[in-house]
Design a protein around this ligand. Structure first.
Ligand code: IPD
Ligand code: CA
Ligand code: CA
Length: 266
């Protein structure tokens, strides 16, 4: 395993032990509302601090982009961190959440870790070296027909500016696929797509820390990611589609009639 990936795994496991401990007594947590329906607890902050400390201990000159504490440092290497993706699930004891850590070098994603502490599932990828679940190589599914595909998504829940476009997409998607799921952690949705448990995924307006590690996992598992027109602006806009190559193209076709100007490639 690449030493930088190894360090990221160590950081994710440390954060996981803090998250697991806190999950034993959810009532004891202090929860703040960052904005409407956007919660943060001392667990998010504690997990993030542990991750950053572990990474900077090994690579003090690297830069950080982290959900709760923002940007730190200037370097060709940047760690992109979501210490707890799926906070709402976590706070309700709904076991679908994960730690997501990616490393970009000169803007290109190189290493990815997504760790699901409730199932002890560790998803990892290094550019050019494939994607893994624990010690097993993973690939995207081979399903070719959208009508047989299981698609993941995320509903708008804090910013409702695209809700009409989203509902139109959703209405089409539930009629054209075998099912649509909203598990509540975008990072895990992408990891599960990489592992073939989902055949496709789309969501509007995610943040870089939600998707960075998941994108590399999907690509290294043989899948595609893009914005709603199949281009590259997803990493900045967070408007993202993923899928195995066949399903990816069919999702774009379903979304196309519902794209407002703001949802087209930036
Ligand atoms: C959220 C989850 C969710 C997605 C949201 C994200 P958070 O992350 O990934 O699935 O629908 O848009 O913000 O806030 O729990 O880290
Ligand atoms: Ca997140
Ligand atoms: Ca988070």
């Amino acid at each position: 395993m690449h030493p930088m990936l190894n360090t990221a795994v160590k950081a994710a496991r440390r954060a996981a032990s803090l998250i697991n401990r806190a999950s034993q007594d959810l009532d004891a947590l202090t929860v703040e509302n960052k904005q409407h329906n956007d919660f943060v607890s001392e667990v998010d902050r504690g997990a993030e601090a542990t991750i950053i400390e572990t990474l900077l201990d090994a690579y003090p000159e690297h830069a950080i982009l982290a959900e709760e504490s923002g940007r730190k440092g200037q370097s060709d290497y940047q760690w992109i961190i979501d210490p707890l993706d799926g906070t709402t699930n976590f706070l309700h004891g709904f076991p679908q959440y994960a730690i997501s850590i990616a490393l970009a070098h000169q803007g290109q994603l190189e290493q990815a870790v997504i760790y699901d502490p409730t199932r002890n599932e560790l998803f990892t990828a290094s550019r050019g070296k494939g994607a893994y679940l624990n010690d097993r190589r993973i690939r995207v599914s081979r399903r070719t027909r959208l009508s047989e595909a299981l698609i993941g998504t995320g509903f708008p829940f804090r910013d409702f500016s695209h809700v009409d476009a989203y509902m139109a997409m959703f209405r089409d998607m539930i009629q054209k696929t075998s099912g649509v799921r909203r598990p509540g952690s975008a990072a895990l949705d992408l990891a599960w797509l990489a592992a073939g448990r989902l055949d496709g995924f789309w969501e509007i307006g995610l943040s870089k820390w939600d998707i960075a590690a998941g994108c590399l996992l999907v690509q290294e598992a043989g899948g595609l990611v893009g914005d709603f027109e199949g281009n590259d602006s997803y990493i900045d806009t967070g408007n993202i589609v993923g899928g195995n190559p066949k399903i990816f193209a069919q999702i774009l076709q379903v979304l196309a009639p519902h794209l407002t100007e703001k949802l087209k490639s930036a």
